[in-house]
Design a protein. Structure first.
Lengths: 118, 320
C-alpha cells in the first residue's frame, strides 16, 4: 500500500500552500499604506499607490501622488486639515475632536525614524 | 489519510513558528491624545498602565476633578506626581506650575470656546496659584479650596515613567511608546540599531533633523499645534504664570531627552520649562549631561546640546 495517495497529496499541498500564502501576503504591500483609526480602532487601511478620495465617518480624505491628506472635518480648529499630507512611515495626522487618526505603516527603510516628535 | 494530513499540519505549524516574531502594536486615545505602543512583547499591560494613569490624572473628570472641588486627597497618583514635580521645581524653578489650574480653565484653550479673559479675572486666577499653599504629608495632598491643580505639563511624561517600570517587569526587549508630546524608547531594537527620533519642523516642511540615541525618554513643547486666534493674534496653550497670559517666548520648539528613572516626568517638565525660559535662558541647559535638548527659535536658529547625536536636515530652513 502506498504511504501517500493522490488525494492525500492534494490535501497536504493545499494546506501547505495556503499557509505559505498567509506568511508572504504581508510582503506584497511594498508601497506605503495608511492606517485610519477611529477611537483607537482601525477603521480602514488605504494603499497610497492609487489616487482616491473617501470619507471615514465625517472626515474626508484624499490620496494623491503617494500622500494622504485630510481634506475636511467637522472639527472647529481644522488642525488635521492644516497638517497637510503625510507619506513616510511613522508620520501621523490626528483629529482629536473626531477621534480620528491616520498613520503611515508599511515596510520601513533604514532612513526612517522610530518616532516623530515636535 | 489522517497520518499525512497530520504530517502536513505539523509541517505548517513548524514553518509558521519559525517566522520572525512580528512586533505587537496598539493604538488608542488616552491622556487627551492619541497613544501608540509598539513592542516585541504584549502591549496590553502597557495600555492598561497608561489608561489607569489617564483616569487618575484627568483634570476634567474623576479623582482630580473631585480633589479640585475639595481640599484634600489621598490619591496615590496625585500625591506622587505632585511630589515629583515639586522636586523638579526645587531644582529648576517655578516656570512650570501645577497649581495653575484656575488660569488654564480661564483661558479654556482646549475647550469649545476659547476667548481672551478680562484682566480682573486673570488677576483673580493668579491669586490662586502658588505651590507654597500645597501641603504633602501622611500620603495626603492638601490645598486651599480655590487652588486648582493641572498636571498638563507633566502627566504624559509621568505616564511614560510608569510604562518604563512596567517594561522592566515584563519580558519586553524593546518598546516604543508614544503619548503625543512625551515618549519612551525602551530597551534595544531587534536589529540592534539605536533609536532614531525625527523632530518635526514648526513650519511644516522638511524635518529639523534626526537624533540617534539609546534607550531614553523624549518630550517636546511647542506653541504651534494647540492655539486659538482672537483679534488676529495667536494665543498658544503654554501659559506664563507670571503674566497670566500665554507665553511670548521666542522659542518655537523644544525637544528634551532624558535617561534613566523618572526621566519621563523630567523630560516633560523641562520641555515646558525651557520653552517658557526663552533663548536667554538656554545656555545653562545646553551643557548638562543628565539631559540633552534641541531647541528652535523664531529666527530659525537651532540650539543643540553638546554630546547629542543630532543630524540637522539641511533643507529645514533652520541652522545652528
Amino acid at each position: 500500500m502506498k504511504f501517500i495517495n493522490l488525494r492525500d497529496g492534494i490535501i497536504v499541498a493545499a494546506i501547505f500552500l495556503s499557509a505559505l500564502a498567509f506568511v508572504f501576503v504581508g510582503n506584497f504591500f511594498s508601497g506605503q499604506t495608511a492606517e485610519i483609526s477611529v477611537g483607537g480602532e482601525v477603521a480602514r487601511i488605504v494603499p497610497l499607490d492609487k489616487d482616491d478620495s473617501f470619507f471615514v465617518g465625517d472626515v474626508s480624505f484624499e490620496v494623491k501622488d503617494g500622500e494622504i491628506f485630510v481634506t475636511d472635518s467637522p472639527c472647529r480648529d481644522k488642525i488635521c486639515v492644516k497638517s497637510g499630507g503625510i507619506k513616510n512611515v511613522g508620520e501621523t495626522i490626528i483629529c482629536l475632536p473626531e477621534r480620528v487618526s491616520v498613520r503611515i505603516i508599511g515596510k520601513s527603510d533604514s532612513d526612517s525614524a522610530d518616532i516623530i516628535v515636535g | 489519510m489522517k497520518k499525512s494530513v497530520a504530517a502536513a499540519l505539523a509541517a505548517v505549524f513548524i514553518f509558521c513558528g519559525c517566522q520572525k516574531k512580528s512586533a505587537e502594536r496598539s493604538a488608542f486615545f488616552a491622556m487627551d491624545t492619541f497613544c501608540t505602543v509598539v513592542s516585541d512583547s504584549s502591549t496590553e499591560q502597557i495600555e492598561k498602565v497608561i489608561n489607569t494613569c489617564s483616569v487618575n490624572l484627568d483634570a476634567y473628570s474623576g479623582e482630580l476633578n473631585s480633589f479640585n472641588e475639595n481640599t484634600f486627597t489621598k490619591n496615590e497618583y496625585i500625591y506622587d506626581i505632585t511630589e515629583k514635580t515639586f522636586a523638579l521645581n526645587d531644582e529648576f524653578g517655578d516656570n512650570v506650575d501645577i497649581t495653575s489650574g484656575a488660569l488654564t480653565v480661564l483661558w479654556g484653550i482646549s475647550s469649545d470656546s476659547p476667548a481672551v479673559p478680562e484682566n480682573t479675572d486673570i488677576s483673580l486666577a493668579l491669586d490662586t496659584i502658588g505651590r507654597e499653599n500645597i501641603v504633602l504629608e501622611n500620603a495626603t495632598v492638601k490645598k486651599p479650596l480655590s487652588t486648582k491643580l493641572d498636571f498638563g505639563a507633566v502627566a504624559k511624561g509621568y505616564a511614560c515613567d510608569l510604562v518604563y517600570s512596567e517594561c522592566e517587569k515584563s519580558t519586553a526587549d524593546y518598546a516604543i511608546v508614544s503619548l503625543g508630546s512625551s515618549s519612551l524608547l525602551y530597551g534595544k531594537k531587534p536589529d540592534g540599531t539605536d533609536f532614531r527620533i525625527e523632530i518635526k519642523n514648526p513650519d511644516g516642511d522638511a524635518p529639523l533633523g534626526m537624533i540617534t540615541t539609546s534607550e531614553c525618554f523624549v518630550s517636546t513643547s511647542g506653541g504651534y499645534e494647540r492655539f486659538f486666534e482672537a483679534d488676529g493674534k495667536k494665543y498658544c496653550h503654554i501659559l506664563d504664570t507670571e503674566t497670566g497670559y500665554p507665553t511670548e517666548s521666542d522659542l518655537v520648539s523644544v525637544t528634551v531627552i532624558c535617561y534613566g528613572e523618572n526621566g519621563g516626568i523630567k523630560s516633560d517638565f523641562l520641555a515646558t520649562d525651557i520653552f517658557l525660559g526663552g533663548t536667554k535662558n538656554l545656555k545653562k541647559h545646553l551643557s548638562r549631561d543628565d539631559y540633552k535638548i534641541v531647541a528652535a527659535d523664531k529666527n530659525k536658529k537651532l540650539y543643540v546640546s553638546s554630546g547629542l547625536d543630532f543630524e540637522i536636515n539641511l533643507n529645514s530652513g533652520y541652522s545652528l
